[in-house]
Every structure is written in C-alpha cells, then in structure tokens.
Design a protein around this ligand. Structure first.
Ligand SMILES: [Cu+2]
Length: 336
C-alpha cells in the first residue's frame, strides 16, 4: 500500500496529490463525526432511557443552537466548494506551454494524436514533468476518459470538445479505462497477455466497452524525444515485428487501406499490388519507376507527383517517422 495515497492508486500527476488531500479531508472529517455522533447517541439513549417515576420533559426552542447548526456547516460547505472549484478550474484551463494531444474515442478504442500529426491507438506517451492538455472528442457515442492514477475523468461527448490539463510527475504506466458504458461486448473478456507490462491491459481486442482500454506511458524527456523521432516497432507474437510485418500493421492502422487495395482493385488510389518497381504514368506526362524515394515522397508530399487518372483522389499528406516509412516500403515490396 502506498502511504501518500491511502486506498487510492499511486499519485502520478500534480493534481492527484491535491485531489487526494481533499478526498482525505472529507473522509477523515466524516469518520470523526460519524464516530462522535454515534457515541453521543448511544450515551443519550442510555442516559435518558425510560425509568419508573421520571417524566419526560420536552426541550424548548433554542435559537442560538439552531442558528449555529445552520450557519457553521454553511461556512464549511462554502470552504469545500471553494477548494474543489479551484481544482476544477486548474485542470480545465491549460498550463502555460502545455503540449496538446488530441484524444478521439470511438467504439471501442482510443486514438491519440501528437502535435506533429503522428497518431497511435490505445497508447499515449508523455514526457515527465511537462504540462499536457488533452482535447477529447468522440466519433460516435458518449465515452469517458478515466485515468485513476492521474485522478482524471472526463466525458468524451459526440459533437463537442472537452479538455483536461495536468502534469505527469512520475515515470511509469497509467491505465486508461472508458468509464461510460458504450455498448457491445459479446463474449467473455480475454485476460491480459502473460508478462504484459505491469499487468496493464492494452486492449487490442476492441470488442466492447470493457475492451476500450489504453495506457499512458510517462517517459523521461530524453526517452520521449528519442521515441518521437523513431518509435520502436510493435510486437508480433512476442517478438519485435519485422519491417514487413510492421508495414502490414501500419497499412490498416494508418487507414491506407481505405484508398489502396493490395489485390489489384482500383479504389480512390492505385492498388499496391506489384507497386514496387512498377512504371507509373504521371499527370505531367512523365513516367517514373516506383522506388523508395518516390514512395517516400508520395506519402509525405502526395501532391508533388500525381498518378495519371487519379487526379481527383487527393491523398492527405502524412507525418510518419522514418522507421515506419521504411516498414511501409518493406511491406510494399512483398506485394508482388
Ligand atoms: Cu467507451
């Protein structure tokens, strides 16, 4: 058990300590008064029990007492309100220089988008000690972003933005839940994979409200900077994925599959079947052989060279770190 957060998960953010102080105050205050009132009640029940020969005397009106037990709790409530409201505002208003992260909820996963446009599913990385502002939106129904370790819970509402600011104070992992029942969920929950980090449950099964889980990894600044430059590959069957496997994952994760097929069919964009080494006719009349550099440019700056007959497709420019570009290219090479 953690002494600084009795009954509660470890405090991992600035606001956690303040919320806990408020919580503990109310908790111990209630505890003391519950014990005191119960004790006095029992004492009075015994002292004023019915006895032969003693007649009950109804007490009269006592103005001083009545004003006291109305006014004193009123000040107490105002004090509590003041402190809670201060905390509420502090987390609703962004800190100076906060890093903005867009958080999108949908059935049944979380997407985190970094300031440089890169996005990830179910996993968010943050540097320790740096203020962050989360901007929530929902693609479908009502969700709620719940991080017990940061004492953070915010409704994620379709059709509007909600925000929350905090400063992570410790490195480590924070579990994320959806705290608003959002449907689905046939079958029984799968247990977390054996040996998963700290038993935290990064979902990946996305089958229903209960599977809408995520993790916030709080990293030292240097590790975070390194990760931003080059995120390491995810795992495939417990091993780091090969570039080809990683590329295959990115094909769906980055939604390339909504415009590009791998079986030769024409969608909004050209199929990736046999893409590497293919001769491509461009709108400016030239012909190119598709190689690494052409693919790289097609992803980062799609408008610079347009494939003939695909003028109206409009591929959005992507921000994708180098290692992932290489993975995508490796995957394309396998699509003979
Ligand atoms: Cu949900």
């Amino acid at each position: 058990m953690n002494p600084d957060s009795f009954q509660l998960p470890e405090q991992m953010s600035t606001n956690a300590a303040e919320y806990d102080a408020l919580y503990n105050f109310i908790y111990y205050f209630s505890l003391v008064f519950t014990v005191a009132i119960t004790a006095i009640t029992i004492y009075f029940v015994a002292k004023y029990r019915r006895r032969p020969g003693v007649k009950s005397e109804p007490p009269g009106h006592n103005l001083v007492m009545e004003i006291a037990w109305t006014v004193l709790p009123l000040f107490f409530i105002i004090g509590l309100f003041h402190y809670s409201f201060k905390l509420f505002v502090q987390n609703a208003v962004a800190y100076e220089g906060a890093m903005e992260i867009r958080v999108r909820g949908q059935k049944w996963l979380w997407t985190f988008e970094y300031p440089n446009g890169y996005s990830e599913t179910d996993e968010l990385r943050l540097p320790v000690g740096r203020p962050v502002k989360l901007i929530f939106s929902s693609e479908d129904v009502l969700h709620a972003f719940f991080v017990p370790g940061a004492r953070l819970k915010k409704d994620v509402v379709p059709g509007m933005y909600s925000t929350f600011s905090f400063i992570p104070t410790k490195t480590g992992d924070l579990q994320v839940f959806c705290a608003e029942y959002c449907g689905g969920g046939e079958g029984t929950p799968e247990p977390p994979a054996a040996g998963s980090p700290k038993e935290l449950n990064v979902s990946g099964f996305h089958k229903g409200h209960w599977g809408m889980l995520g993790v916030i990894h709080v990293l030292p600044q240097a590790d975070f900077d390194q990760w931003v430059k080059n995120p390491p590959p995810p795992t495939c069957d417990g091993q780091p994925c090969t570039p080809e496997q990683w590329g295959e994952k990115l094909y769906t994760k980055q939604a390339c599959n909504s415009c590009h097929t791998i079986d030769g069919k024409r969608l909004t964009g050209p199929s990736w079947k046999g893409i590497f080494g293919r001769q491509e006719q461009l709108t400016d009349g030239t012909t190119v052989t598709i190689d690494e550099n052409y693919i790289r440019e097609s992803i980062l700056k799609p408008q610079s060279k347009i494939v003939k007959t695909y003028e109206n497709g409009n591929m959005p420019p992507y921000t994708i770190p180098d290692k992932q570009l290489e993975a995508l290219i490796a995957y394309m090479k396998t699509l003979k």
